[in-house]
Ligand binder design. Structure first.
Ligand SMILES: [Ca+2]
Ligand SMILES: [Ca+2]
Length: 184
């Protein structure tokens, strides 16, 4: 009697284990399909949102034409930089107080700040939500990376400047970069 009970008990346990394995197998199968789909959906959404952001910022810069600031350093040498990358680091400027124009005198920096220049936010404020602004007040893409900018006459699709995101891989110059001068 006792042996039979133990046998039934063991059989019941075995049955539960098979059920459990089926449930796990089904869960793994579903996850195997749904996780990649979800990830690719999220990545696609980030790419689309960043494409819109890059195009919008490029349009905002375009409305400023190629406006520049010029100043003389301590040796008297004159430096001219485009409005949106005064410190020449290849990134859209954040607030001028934290991203002083490299080589500029403090007086020039105060002039920039006093003028109300807010870095790229000044140009993009009407079109960019807080979601795309870092704590350092820099414009960032959907992956939290600062947007790049460069000025070179007639280089970017025949334009004078390019704005781009490093894309999902976070590396510059790779195929997944999202560029203002390319259609997406
Ligand atoms: Ca900059
Ligand atoms: Ca990239």
């Amino acid at each position: 009697m006792l042996a039979a009970t133990r046998h039934r008990h063991a059989a019941h346990q075995g049955f539960t284990l098979i059920e459990l394995m089926i449930v796990i197998a089904v869960a793994v199968a579903i996850a195997g399909v749904s996780i990649p789909v979800y990830v690719s959906y999220r990545e696609r959404a980030k790419q689309q949102v960043t494409t819109v952001l890059v195009q919008a910022v490029a349009a905002a810069i375009d409305s400023y034409q190629v406006q520049t600031w010029t100043w003389a350093d301590t040796t008297g040498a004159r430096t001219t930089r485009p409005l949106w990358d005064l410190n020449n680091d290849g990134l859209l400027d954040g607030v001028p107080s934290s991203e002083n124009a490299a080589g500029a005198s403090p007086a020039f920096t105060s002039t920039i700040i006093d003028s109300g220049y807010m870095g790229c936010l000044d140009m993009a404020r009407p079109i960019v939500g807080e979601r795309f602004v870092s704590p350092q007040r820099r414009l960032i893409d959907a992956w939290g990376q600062a947007l790049h900018v460069h000025y070179q006459a007639k280089s970017y699709g025949g334009g004078n400047y390019g704005v781009w995101s490093l894309g999902p891989d976070g590396a510059d110059g790779t195929e997944d970069d999202i560029r203002s001068w390319e259609g997406h």
